[in-house]
Design a protein around this ligand. Structure first.
Ligand code: SAM
Length: 482
């Protein structure tokens, strides 16, 4: 329970002001736990002392960074957001490079909130794939984050298998070398393309000069603003707008797409992705991508049944279609299952329904996937997997209450399914019910620990128990659900 002697609302307001991070009333316990863990590192007595010093402005910038590192979420992987990278590879980067090829062959890119570097390195790899004459170009990729620990990992550029969960083994072989400890070290020619710097996006007097973040052709700021207060998100959106060249592009996560927040930009829709472009007098609408009428660009307007991706980054991420969009940042994709042979008997074939539902979900045809799940459930009410897949589809459709009910049915039928506990935790977390989320994550962890580390987790996309344990622990350690 939060310490009553401290005004945690005041601490929360200060954290919002200094770091942008949003800890509303029902997440104050989480804030306290984060400060408790920061206090340990800062050699302060406890969260209360840490909070008092923060409020009294007695922590220097380095100490505030330590606090930030205990309050931020570090979740990322290579080529995260398949649709987004497909749009960058097929449309945005070719258009940008074609324009610059006629001029000074210069490109400026920024990954704002880069975490441990997977995102900017994915951009670097993509550019190397797209530009055979890359050595003739002046390409600057700036990558910034508030968390110095993440930046250290990014600069080291050595990654565990979990960072490759969105990419193929071939991709890893091509751009990484096996390190002595079994992890994977990025090859130097990609590593040197990215410059890392600490930057607090809500800092009005940032440590790096404004010129360093100006005149950008492309900014990725994904899965960052979703943790910010509305005011700070708006301030950062304005700042990113100023940092772009006319006609430059801004990429946020699908769940962050918002007409009011990005009103200064023109939204462009690609297969399964919406990207923003800074308006300019000269910019002809839809020169690249299809411009959307502004009023229709909320997260909910992302076409639920968008056609499958037509272009993937070359030789990069797995090309297999998957349940689209990280609207629920922590829900792994549902696996593709082979279609079984048609049933010989009359009446609905449950196996065929299951395979079809998975296929439709993986292709992002969510309306059809839901209808198919409904049919599947009607045929076999006791199949935990049917309720689980239905819940995943409902989450993608933003139907959280129905998704919750479906997950409850699934866990009732199969109480030992760690993925269902994990999904319930994510759902609760998403709804701001932190304690319930924690309970589910702890439960998921306990179930996973009963399995051999290399065993595949039931209902997952081929994820091993060890990988899931790492992810769940990361959530717990991050103070998100300690
Ligand atoms: C969930 S990660 C997203 C990483 C990556 N952009 C992606 O989408 O995979 C969010 C990142 O935002 C960073 N962050 C949070 N608050 C920030 C702030 N005020 N300034 C800069 N970075 C911040 C966190 O440290 C974390 O690395």
């Amino acid at each position: 329970m939060p310490d009553p002697a401290i005004s945690w609302q005041q601490v929360s307001a200060l954290v919002a002001q200094r770091l942008g991070l949003h800890f509303p009333r029902d997440r104050l316990g989480e804030l306290q736990r984060g400060l408790d863990s920061a206090a340990g590192e800062l050699r302060l007595a406890d969260a209360g002392e840490c909070a008092r010093q923060l409020v009294a402005a007695q922590l220097d910038d380095a100490q505030v960074e330590v606090v930030a590192s205990h309050l931020t979420i570090g979740e990322t992987y290579f080529f995260r957001g398949e649709e987004t990278f497909a749009a960058l590879a097929a449309h945005v980067l070719p258009a940008l490079t074609a324009a610059r090829r006629r001029g000074d062959k210069r490109l400026r890119l920024w990954s704002a909130g880069c975490c441990s570097g997977e995102e900017p390195y994915s951009l670097a790899i993509l550019l190397r794939q797209l530009l055979p004459d890359i050595d003739d170009w002046r390409i600057s990729i700036l990558a910034t984050d508030i968390n110095p620990r993440f930046l250290r990992k990014a600069s080291d550029a050595v990654y565990g298998a979990w960072s490759f969960r969105g990419t193929s083994g071939e991709f890893r072989e091509r751009y990484f070398r096996r390190a002595d400890d079994g992890r994977y070290a990025l090859v130097p020619e990609i590593k040197r393309m990215v410059t890392f710097a600490p930057l607090n996006l809500v800092d009005s007097a940032p440590a790096i000069p404004a010129a360093a973040t100006g005149a950008m052709d492309l900014i990725l700021c994904r899965n960052v603003l979703m943790y910010f207060t509305a005011d700070q998100a708006a301030a950062v959106a304005a700042r990113l707008h100023r940092s772009l060249r006319e006609d430059g592009w801004l990429v946020v996560a699908p769940c962050e797409v918002s007409q009011p927040l990005f009103a200064r930009f023109t939204p462009h829709t690609f297969d399964g992705a919406i990207l923003y472009r800074r308006r300019s007098a000269a910019s002809a609408e839809a020169r690249c991508g299809r411009a959307l009428p502004a009023a229709s660009t909320s997260a909910a307007s992302v076409p639920a049944a968008a056609p499958a991706i037509t272009a993937s980054p070359p030789a990069g991420p797995r090309r297999r279609a998957r349940l689209r969009g990280p609207r629920m940042a922590w829900v792994p994709a549902v696996g593709c299952r082979p279609e079984p042979a048609p049933a010989s008997s009359a009446g609905p074939d449950v196996r065929a329904l299951s395979a079809r539902a998975h296929r439709l979900a993986n292709e992002g045809r969510l309306g059809e996937a839901l209808a198919c799940c409904d049919q599947w459930v009607a045929c076999d009410r006791l199949d935990a997997g049917a309720h689980y897949l239905r819940a995943m589809v409902l989450i993608e459709l933003g139907e959280m209450a129905q998704a919750n009910a479906a997950l409850q049915r699934s866990i009732y039928l199969e109480p030992d399914a760690a993925m269902t506990c994990f999904a319930l935790g994510n759902l609760e977390r998403r709804l701001g019910r932190r304690q319930a989320a924690m309970r589910h994550f702890q439960h998921a962890l306990a179930l996973l620990q009963r399995q051999p580390p290399e065993a595949g987790v039931v209902l997952s996309d081929g994820i091993t128990a060890h990988q899931m344990i790492t992810l769940v622990r990361q959530l717990l350690d991050a103070g998100d659900a300690a």
